[in-house]
Design a protein around this ligand. Structure first.
Ligand SMILES: CC(C)(COP(=O)(O)OP(=O)(O)OC[C@H]1O[C@@H](n2cnc3c(N)ncnc32)[C@H](O)[C@@H]1OP(=O)(O)O)[C@@H](O)C(=O)NCCC(=O)NCCS
Length: 153
């Protein structure tokens, strides 16, 4: 498995992964065009995990002044529980540190018990329930991690 920045021609594939693995049942927000904008935007990184050249997982992080926001993260079901999600997140956290940003924030669907357990294992704390965050129909949990006191794994 190698971690490598996404390329422009990956955008449609990543949008399809987001629809299928992250946004299922919601109106998809992460279109090919939006992912292309993230690819071009100097404040974002679109990172892929490739296995034998195929995309097995990806993450999108947006870097702000005081915090970085993990917008999307997904690993294909057949590749889960092999540490790919953890490696994607740690790589993205390292780039935040390198840019002098020591706080990571993200939202996850409240019903997504697997992802909530994953982030807590990685040291993220659930800080807030946001009602109706997703298209006024579904609640989100906000999580954050303070990298200044984080133990580097
Ligand atoms: C959440 C997700 C990215 C995790 O990816 P992954 O590659 O399977 O995660 P890892 O293998 O790196 O997991 C690291 C640790 O997190 C914990 N963990 C991961 N998935 C978990 C789950 N479903 N339930 C409980 N704990 C879990 C475990 O402690 C795991 O270590 P272990 O396998 O040695 O027990 C993946 O399940 C996924 O793509 N889910 C659908 C999309 C999604 O929910 N994205 C997040 C919101 S944007």
């Amino acid at each position: 498995m190698i971690l490598t920045p996404a390329r422009k021609h990956d955008a449609a594939h990543l949008a399809a992964m987001s629809r299928r693995l992250i946004e299922a049942g919601l109106e998809p927000c992460w279109t090919k065009e939006r992912i292309e904008r993230s690819l071009k935007h100097e404040d974002s990184v679109v990172l892929t995990a490739r296995l034998h050249g195929q995309i097995g997982g990806f993450g999108i992080m947006q870097y702000g002044d005081s915090a970085a926001h993990l917008n999307l993260l997904a690993v294909e079901p057949m590749h889960r529980r092999h540490g790919i999600g953890l490696k994607l997140v740690r790589w993205l956290e390292d780039t935040a540190r390198g840019a002098g940003i020591f706080k990571i924030e993200l939202e996850v669907r409240a019903i997504n018990a697997g992802a909530r357990a994953f982030y807590q294992t990685l040291g993220y704390e659930e800080t807030k329930l946001i009602e109706g965050y997703y298209q006024n129909v579904e609640d989100a949990i906000r999580l954050s991690r303070d990298l200044t006191s984080a133990h580097i794994q």
